[in-house]
Design a binder for this molecule. Structure first.
Ligand code: IPM
Ligand code: MG
Length: 371
């Protein structure tokens, strides 16, 4: 089959990790006889530099016409340290999510056996963790009215949710739970926030349509503690935009590195796939960033296109790279591989998929692993 994939490398380490995801996709194309047509587009600080606009119209257009979007990362310190900047890279991503209606952000968190010892959390606590975070992505405080007063002395951001916005992601979260451990935990701050009380009401009503799924409620402050005290209690976490942003970074510690967490952002017509990590500008261009989150995002992209076997082949290759410790510095400080070498290995493994074709001795001297 032929698919058009919009590719937005973005800022910082985005281009180098997306490059590895493309290698994995190219290997899939060869192995399974597909054609992936990549359409590159600008977004973020690089788009501001080139056009003055963090999300040029052309990018939006390319994304709308694609079957799926592969995105790297966004952000640059020159904006982070300038609160008065009028145009910011992140506005590009937020506008893209909003314009394409990508309301459902799914962030899987797994404790890979091989990485358990890398986590700062104890093995017996994190072993067996398998969580899917359903983060609402186009509403809440991210998109409410916001203002800085004229004298610059006060500011506000408002948080709004409609029943419809809550309903559509809730159904997806419950459907996902039906195919997992059949538990949804709604994380909110219903003891304080009106929007959270609306979430509780709507989610509680919808739960009745899914009698096979258990619904549990947690306040976000407690949830953030439970996540590291007892992460295996969770299956699907359903939450709003801001809480989901914060909890997913926290949850990434369980997996051993934020460099492993992929995500999908799904709307009615479009879907975008990206690592949850940021642009990590300090190491951009050094070929040391972990490409696994981007590669796993490509697997989620294939899954979304209905290419399940193809997605599984990427996941197997990632698992193999973890088993053999062909991994970057963040999870393999004593014998690190470069970003591009990890990408090469994963592409090789997807193409050959058979351990008997691999020369494992070559791996550690940085040569081709295929006999
Ligand atoms: C994320 C990021 C974004 C967010 C930023 C870059 C705007 O942190 O995808 O988690 O806050 O949603
Ligand atoms: Mg975030």
């Amino acid at each position: 089959m032929k698919y058009t994939i919009a590719v937005i490398p973005g800022d910082g380490i985005g281009p180098e990790v997306v490059e590895q995801a493309k290698k994995a996709l190219n290997a899939v194309a060869l192995q399974y006889d597909h054609i992936f047509m990549y359409k590159e587009a600008l977004m973020g600080a690089c788009a501001i530099d080139a056009t003055g606009n963090p999300l040029p119209d052309e990018t939006l257009d390319i994304c709308k016409k694609s079957d799926a979007i592969l995105f790297g990362s966004i952000g640059h310190p020159k904006y982070d340290n300038d609160p008065s900047a009028k145009v910011r890279p992140e506005q590009g991503l937020l506008k893209l999510r909003k314009e394409l209606g990508l309301f459902c952000n799914v962030r899987p968190v797994k404790a890979y056996d091989k990485l358990i010892s890398k986590s700062p959390l104890k093995k017996e606590i994190i072993e067996g963790t398998d969580i899917s975070i359903y983060r609402e992505l186009t509403g809440g405080i991210y998109f409410g009215m916001k203002e800085l007063s004229e004298d610059g002395k006060t500011a506000f951001d408002s948080c709004t949710y409609s029943i419809e916005e809550i309903e559509r992601i809730t159904h997806l979260a419950f459907k996902a739970a039906q195919n997992r451990k059949k538990k949804v935990t709604l994380v909110d701050k219903a003891n304080v926030l009106e929007t959270s009380r609306l979430w509780r009401k709507v989610v509680g009503e919808i739960a009745a349509q899914y009698p096979d799924v258990n619904l549990d409620y947690l306040f976000v402050d407690n949830a953030s503690m439970q996540l590291i005290l007892n992460p295996t209690q969770f299956d699907v976490i359903l939450t709003d935009n801001l809480f989901g942003d914060i909890l997913s970074d926290e949850a990434s510690v369980i997996g051993g590195s934020i460099g492993l967490l992929a995500s999908s952002s799904i709307g009615a017509e479009n879907a975008l796939f990206e690592p949850i990590h940021g642009s990590f500008p300090q190491v951009a261009g050094q070929d040391i960033a972990n490409p696994l989150a981007s590669i796993l995002s490509a697997a989620m992209l294939l899954e979304h296109l209905g290419l399940k076997e193809e997605a599984a082949s990427i996941e197997r290759a990632v698992q193999k790279s973890l088993d053999l410790e062909i991994t970057t510095k963040d999870i393999n400080p004593s014998n690190p591989f470069s970003t591009s070498k990890v990408g090469d290995f994963i592409a090789d493994y997807i193409e050959h998929q058979d351990d008997s074709n691999m020369n494992f001795q070559n791996i550690h001297i940085g040569q081709s692993t295929i006999i």
